[in-house]
Design a protein around this ligand. Sequence first.
Ligand code: ADP
Ligand code: MG
Length: 385
Amino acid sequence: MTRGVIEPGATVGVMGGGQLGRMFVHAAQAMGYFTAVLDPDPASPAGRVAHWHIQTGYLDEQGLAQLMQRSAAITTEFENVPAAALVTLGAHRPVAPGARPVAICQDRAAEKAQFERCGVACVPYAVIETAQQLVGAASLLPGILKTTCLGYDGKGQIAATTSDELAHAWDEMKRARCVLEAKLSLAAEVSVILARSASGDIAHFPLQRNVHRGGILAVTEVPARIDAAIERQAIDATCALAESMDYVGVLCVEFFVLDDGSLVANEMAPRPHNSGHYTIDACDVSQFELQVRALTGLPLVKPRLHSSAVMLNLLGERWFAAGGDIERPPPWGDVLALDGVHLHLYAKLQPRHGRKMGHLTITAASADAARAVAREAAARLGIAY
Ligand code: ADP
Ligand code: MG
């Protein structure tokens, strides 16, 4: 579709109604857009705040037709949105990101092939589709077997040290198409988020440093306190990947920094990212505003980090901190009494173990001050930092 600017007052649509969609909706509404969300869940976080919530499956023809009828342009908020749905939508409306880059990011093997095509180093790996390939890949052990599709937050992954464990892990995964990655010793995890417009302009955020626990993002810190040359390398790699896919929208690339200081790409997300939530409170333009701008053809501007920030994810287990099955919300008043603490909750009705219920962003004039307040906030909530 050819693209003019879609001015405020129009409706923008989003496939998926999770927290990322919710924050996209907030940003779009702040700029005067109307919003439509397609998500089958009647209680979806974004559906609750959008002007229109279309409650159908992602491949439902009527649902897609309604979304197109409502929306001048459509984006996506989760990477497992069926690429076929984006193809359908893209025939009639600007869709950003498009079906092709989303399909690449949905498939760990295709994603790694894209890294290689762009000369971006990635984790040593092998694609596993046959028992013979599994045997041949044993030299990568100790490793992590990951399903190529539909994994998130550490799901769809099993660590294996021996060939026997590997064979068992693949059986557990019902012999689905997988990649086996060497398990690397990580000095740090970092990510880069950028937005790219249809005309090829790029605006990126600074490097973020991320801490994962149990495969789920727990903490993001900015500035990342990583060597400037590594930051440059990560940003250049992310720009090269976006250009190679003719990407339009917000893209995140996760990287590992290894013990020897080298950088390898882990995975990409074709959408705003949990490690960019701090941009709402610590930058003059958030990742969600850039998603709106990239989608509507408004100019992209370079975001300015005006505060140091620490982001702490709030997972469902914190609601059961009292022990057992007793559900009790955390003491918000205690943490909100601290300077620079910003609370974001996604209005999910049922806290569950590992479920992302919300996050805190702590902003301060210096990284040390942000970390000190984050330590205190984490202590008051009884969560790790
Ligand atoms: P997800 O899609 O669930 O985010 P990732 O591949 O990013 O999957 O894995 C989640 C986390 O598991 C990573 O952020 C990292 O902490 C750890 N991890 C994943 N792959 C490796 C690896 N090859 N070596 C070491 N740690 C890894
Ligand atoms: Mg990841």
